[in-house]
Design a protein around this ligand. Structure first.
Ligand SMILES: *[C@@H]1O[C@H](CO)[C@@H](O)[C@H](O)[C@H]1NC(C)=O
Ligand SMILES: *[C@@H]1O[C@H](CO)[C@@H](O)[C@H](O)[C@H]1NC(C)=O
Ligand SMILES: *[C@@H]1O[C@H](CO)[C@@H](O)[C@H](O)[C@H]1NC(C)=O
Length: 416
């Protein structure tokens, strides 16, 4: 294969992912939605028949969807989202009207549409309260020790919903958080990079983003992470993972794809974290177009090739039980499967799925649109099961115990 093809393959990957996103969350035709709803109901039956755990899981990740009974779903959502819902007269009236009756497909449909895309600006979770017996001192201790600066790639058109949801949810727990766009906005605030919007310029956005960090913030952190504005980050788990890594190692971490570069590269949407040494190398040599493509191609793949040429290594970021921590899809997709075909070719760990393939200390998920961001916030940080106290697990694979990534991957660029 030649160079053109490699670039194309990477690009197709990201483009497909984008299409999946659109199809799922915004423009799903009604018929397809009905089929999806029926599919989910079938899954619900399996879950109930099988495991007691099933209910918890479906509740955890599907919230007010169809898997739990519609009534329970309404009650929960009402209690929780009182403010958010109060001015949505139509949906509320519909829910009231249905009373104790079963919902029709059309009701489900309307509710699904309501909970999917339409995030509003009234969301205030402000959930910094602690419950009796809670103790977050270990997490706070790590936040003092592990300095990670995160930049969120956003754009003027997604600033008001996606970037705002990041800022209002997990962004609250990030100590150093920057938003990079193609336009300055003093009030948000965002930093405007000298770049045009559009998929074909994502590579430039990433290159300029990390350049900005190197030029302006290099001394302020040990780790530097890039995420999209539909990435959800569990900050405590990120810091736990980084706490046993060495920022002086030329390494970077993320959701590992085993293609394009000999050592593979990381998915852009799953987020990737550079060590200080990796950013130093990027800052010193990353402007050389022979080493790093400055624009065009698929952003994550190009950045991966750049890292490889700078001697920055990919790492197996799974936990001690081989479970994934960075994710390029949402939790539902990683639990249920239903991956697009390209994923099995790309994922370095063979496209595993299911509860047991995901680390208890998962770090990122992708395709988390604003309303889902708020849901995750609720399930991870607000809700708890009475009488269940959870302890600490040791799930890190520190560098000394780790098998290095073998550069065995097919590299279409390399002439043999
Ligand atoms: C800048 O951000 C503020 C606050 O999010 C927003 O109200 C305003 O419309 C933004 N300005 C532009 C030009 O996008
Ligand atoms: C912005 O980018 C363009 C094209 O890459 C370049 O010609 C221009 O000098 C840049 N402007 C600044 C302020 O860096
Ligand atoms: C990462 O480690 C797990 C076990 O800890 C192993 O199953 C998996 O194959 C490794 N992945 C790669 C790409 O080496």
């Amino acid at each position: 294969m030649h160079a053109g093809h490699a670039g194309h393959a990477g690009h197709a990957g990201r483009a497909d992912r984008q299409r999946l996103d659109l199809r799922r969350h915004q423009e799903t035709p009604i018929l397809l939605r009905l089929v999806m709803a029926m599919w989910r109901n079938a899954l619900a039956a399996q879950f109930c028949a099988g495991l007691a755990l099933g209910l918890t899981v479906s509740f955890l990740f599907f919230g007010n969807n169809h898997i739990i009974s519609s009534r329970a779903g309404i009650r929960l959502t009402r209690n929780y989202d009182t403010d958010e819902i109060s001015h949505r007269g139509d949906v509320r009236k519909m829910a009231m009207h249905s009373g104790n009756d079963e919902w029709s497909e059309a009701d489900h449909e309307a509710w699904d549409r309501h909970s999917d895309g339409q995030s509003d600006n009234s969301f205030l979770i402000n959930d910094h309260h602690m419950h009796e017996g809670d103790d977050d001192s270990a997490a706070r201790e790590l936040a003092k020790k592990v300095k990670v600066m995160i930049w969120v790639m956003t754009s003027p058109s997604t600033l008001h919903d996606r970037a705002k949801a990041v800022r209002d949810t997990w962004g609250q727990r990030a100590e150093q958080l920057l938003f990079f766009s193609s336009a300055h906005n003093k009030t948000f605030p965002t930093i405007g990079l000298n770049v045009s919007e559009g998929r074909e310029h994502l590579t430039a956005k990433t290159m300029l983003g990390f350049r900005y960090l190197y030029d302006n913030h290099f001394d302020e952190a040990d780790w530097f992470m890039k995420v999209d504005d539909d990435t959800y980050v569990i900050m405590e788990n990120l810091r736990y993972f980084l706490s046993e890594e060495n920022p002086k190692d030329p390494v970077y971490f993320g959701h590992h794809f085993g293609l394009i570069a000999a050592q593979g590269y990381y998915s852009g949407g799953g987020g990737y974290v550079l060590s200080k040494e990796a950013l130093r190398r990027f800052g010193q040599k990353g402007q050389d177009p022979m080493l790093c493509k400055q624009d065009g191609g698929a952003e994550d793949a190009e950045f991966g090739k750049c890292m490889e040429r700078l001697g920055v290594k990919t790492v197996n970021t799974t936990d001690t039980l081989g479970r994934s921590r960075f994710h390029c899809f949402d939790p539902e997709t990683h639990i249920m499967g239903g991956y697009p075909p390209w994923y099995f070719k790309y994922d370095a760990n063979g496209g595993k799925k299911g509860l047991h393939s995901i680390s208890d200390y998962a770090i990122t998920f992708h395709y988390i649109y604003p309303s889902k961001m708020k849901r995750l916030e609720f399930y991870i940080y607000h809700m708890a099961a009475y009488g269940v106290k959870r302890g600490f697990q040791h799930l890190n694979n520190p560098p000394k115990d780790r098998v290095p990534i073998k550069p065995i991957y097919r590299d279409p660029l390399k002439k043999t």
